[in-house]
Structure formats: C-alpha cells, structure tokens
Ligand binder design. Sequence first.
Ligand SMILES: O=C1O[C@H](COP(=O)(O)O)[C@@H](O)[C@H](O)[C@H]1O
Length: 225
Amino acid sequence: MTYEFKEYPDREMLAMDLANQIAGELRAALSHQERAALAVPGGTSPGPVFDALCAADLDWARVDVMLTDERWVPESSERSNTRLLRERLLTNRASAARLLPLYAEADTPEERLAGLADDIAPALPLAVVLLGMGADMHTASIFPEADKLEEALSNDAPILLPMRAPGAPEPRITLSAHVLDGALKKHIVIYGAEKREVLEKARGLAPLEAPINAVLDEAVVHWAE
Ligand SMILES: O=C1O[C@H](COP(=O)(O)O)[C@@H](O)[C@H](O)[C@H]1O
C-alpha cells in the first residue's frame, strides 16, 4: 500500500492548498462528465477546508455533495455533521451544489437506510473523497470493534450501512469502504502529532484492526501540527 504524505507549515496553509486541489479535481471531473460527486467528513477537522472550498470558482450546480458518514442526530444537534456541512461548505458559491443527505428524521438509521442509499446510488462513483481519521484509526464511521465492521469492509457491501461502535456515542450511518475507496481522488486530513503517530502505527495492520487502511492506498494524507 502506498500513499503520499503532505506536511504543511500550518493548518491555514493546509486548508487553502487542499481546497485548491479539491476544486481543481472537481473542475477536471466536470470537464468530461455532466455531474461530479464529492464526499466529505464531519467531525472537527474539515471546517477550515470547507471555509476555503466554499468560495471556489467552479460549476457547483453540477456537484453532488454528501457526507462520508453521519451521526444519527437531528440537525439541531451540535454533533450533526450535516449541520457543519450546511454552515461551512454549502454556503457562498458552493450553495449551488446539491446535497445528498445521510440523515432523515427517524429513531434509527435502519428506518431510512434504503431511501437514502437510493438517492446516492446514481451519483456514484465519487469523483473526490475527503476523509478524516480518529485517534482509534476509524475513518468515516467505520470503527474498530463496530457491529458491522466486517460487512463495511467487504467488497460487496451495500452503499450505506448503519453502524454502532463502542467508540461512538450515537448510532451512525456510513458509506462502505469500497464506495469510499472507489473515489477517483482520495484525500485524508489529519492534524497533530498524535494522529501522525497513529497513522504510522496503522502501517501493516489489517483494516479490521485499522479501518483507515481500507482507504489509504493511493490517497494523499494532508498533515499539519
Ligand atoms: O465522528 C467522526 O469522526 C471522524 C474524525 O473526526 P475528527 O473530529 O477527529 O476529525 C470524522 O472523519 C467522521 O466524519 C466523523 O463522523
């Protein structure tokens, strides 16, 4: 498995450079296809990238934006990844993009899974995916020790899976590994010494132990202190 590791002087430079790269890749995809799909993470890491990317000059009306995963909470919750997406990415020029949601009101993800997956399917494969990584080596909501970990990692997994894990305070919904890994361009954003070490420790481990390894091959990892 090989991946590129890009180190930046600071987080601001990382956010600007990564946003430029993603915008360029979306433009390239749109030059030879009618629509392009972009999947992005939630959590604490992508906000500054969203702040830069939302101003990019490209034909956002032909871009389908979705999350890599969602916490099963309504948008009124501080923990909603959709809320972050609306506040920081789907604004400015990017407000013209089409959001393909990973949440709909219901008590459990299982109740809405099929409908959400049906809406996403025509937009695939992803032109670009941006992923985060937790300190436990999870990516999207593919967590070590999760109840559907094996299924999420298998090549014939459905597009979307519900997920429950000891490290996740609420039920989740996640794109499966082959959908994420099938993106034409893959980027992973991580900050700080701890996550850099975690990524090093993941080297050589099976995706069952280190789910991040299911998407790392040929990805670009963007790191700043
Ligand atoms: O819960 C989640 O965690 C990961 C990592 O988040 P971070 O705050 O450590 O950057 C994130 O990539 C994922 O989308 C999110 O749902």
